[in-house]
Design a protein around this ligand. Structure first.
Ligand SMILES: NC(=O)c1ccc[n+]([C@@H]2O[C@H](COP(=O)([O-])OP(=O)(O)OC[C@H]3O[C@@H](n4cnc5c(N)ncnc54)[C@H](OP(=O)(O)O)[C@@H]3O)[C@@H](O)[C@H]2O)c1
Length: 355
């Protein structure tokens, strides 16, 4: 138990207890559960212009790993210092408010996850515009739906396919990390658009999930190789690659892409968790095949969220789109949840139910 708890600051006069997930040390290779700790933390005290929120449902996102090394990638959010609390998108309930438009009992999302209680300044968000404090629209469905499918996960998949890769129904599409949160939504969106969709994932169980549950046209385990399955399942090549992995996956896509193909550079997780990021040695294929490779941040498309949501909600309502949850219980399970998600042990959207 830390000093804060010993001195009684971890709970307030109403007996509310606060804890947070902190970085114990920068990981030496892949993230280990012991690199993070759940510790009592000062209970935030209500202040003018702030909203006090009890967090309920934490979104566990791959990009969180990017801030745990001593230096984060250029252009990304700053690296966390040892002893700092993690941040991440979370759904919570307003407890007290001094901000117009927010009242006790409102369900909101914001970016100060990885703690039981958060004191949020609506004008100062750690994760940028996408992390802004906003009320949930109860008509859209339960928090489980809004934290993933109809939230940033859905927007990332939607923007990557339709805005970045200009998806067309006749496209042959490869989606990597296709059993994960963003990947599973992207793969189903492409399928619903009429595309032939090939998914890859890291286990036989996930491969079966992609074909049997998500209804993809073909799926393969990337650990068994990339070029053979891609040549088998897309003998005439692919038009679109939705890239969550980078490195060797991107190299294989560049080989398989047809002229004028498009790549949505969504993420590069092969280089996040202790492995050095690697650039494809065949990048010149982008020139010789007139390819369009475009990186993007979902937050750039935050103003398109209503449109994306309407599209996603429509498909969800008609049973053509689903997002399974890998659900962990209690803030104390958050370190394990992050490790499991990064190492491929989760299917669908990884969340931690708090409180
Ligand atoms: N651009 C944006 O704004 C934006 C927003 C959200 C997320 N993203 C990116 O989208 C990607 C997925 O994020 P997510 O939060 O939805 O996580 P997720 O896909 O639910 O979980 C990550 C998955 O990546 C796969 N993976 C891990 N290491 C790998 C490796 N070396 N090679 C191949 N696959 C590997 C694992 O699945 P397997 O078992 O299948 O290997 C793991 O389950 C990440 O790259 C993330 O940075 C980007």
């Amino acid at each position: 138990m830390t000093d804060t708890a010993l001195h009684g600051k971890a709970f307030d006069s109403r007996g509310r207890v606060n804890r947070e997930v902190r970085l114990v040390r920068h990981p030496d290779g892949a993230l280990a559960v012991g690199d993070l700790e759940v510790v009592p933390a000062e209970m935030p005290v209500m202040a003018p212009g702030r909203v006090l929120i009890r967090n309920l449902l934490l979104s566990v996102d791959a990009a969180t790993r990017l801030r745990l090394d001593p230096i984060s990638p250029p252009g990304y959010l700053p690296a966390l210092k040892v002893g700092e609390a993690l941040a991440g998108m979370v759904v919570g309930e307003v407890v007290e408010s001094d901000v117009e438009g927010f009242a006790p009992g409102d369900l909101v999302h914001h970016d100060l996850g990885y703690r039981d209680y958060a004191l949020v300044d609506p004008g100062n968000q750690a994760l940028g515009v996408a992390g802004s404090l906003a009320k949930l629209d109860s008509e859209l469905g339960p928090p489980e739906l809004q934290v993933g499918l109809l939230g940033m996960t859905g927007l990332t998949a939607w923007a990557g396919l339709f805005e970045v890769a200009s998806l067309k129904p006749e496209d042959v599409v490869w989606v990597s990390a296709a059993a994960g949160a963003v990947g599973s939504v992207a793969a189903q969106l492409a399928k619903a658009h009429g595309c032939r969709v090939i998914g890859s994932a890291g286990s036989a169980e996930k491969v079966a999930y992609l074909t049997d549950t998500l209804g993809l046209d073909a799926a393969f385990n990337w650990r068994d190789g990339l070029d053979g399955p891609l040549a088998e399942f897309a003998p005439d090549g692919i038009d679109v690659y939705f890239d969550s992995v980078g490195g060797e996956h991107l190299r294989a896509a560049l080989d398989q892409l047809r002229p004028y193909g498009r790549v949505a550079l969504c993420g590069a997780i092969a280089g996040y968790d202790g492995q050095p990021p690697s650039a494809p040695e065949n990048l010149f294929a982008a020139t010789t095949k007139d390819l369009n490779l475009r990186g993007f941040l979902a937050g750039t498309f935050a103003d398109r969220l209503p449109e994306a949501r309407a599209h996603l909600a429509d498909l969800w309502g008609s049973g053509r789109l689903t997002l399974d949850l890998a659900r962990y219980e209690g803030l104390e399970s958050a370190p394990q949840a992050v490790v499991d998600m990064l190492s491929g042990r989760t299917i669908g959207k990884c969340v931690v139910a708090l409180g």
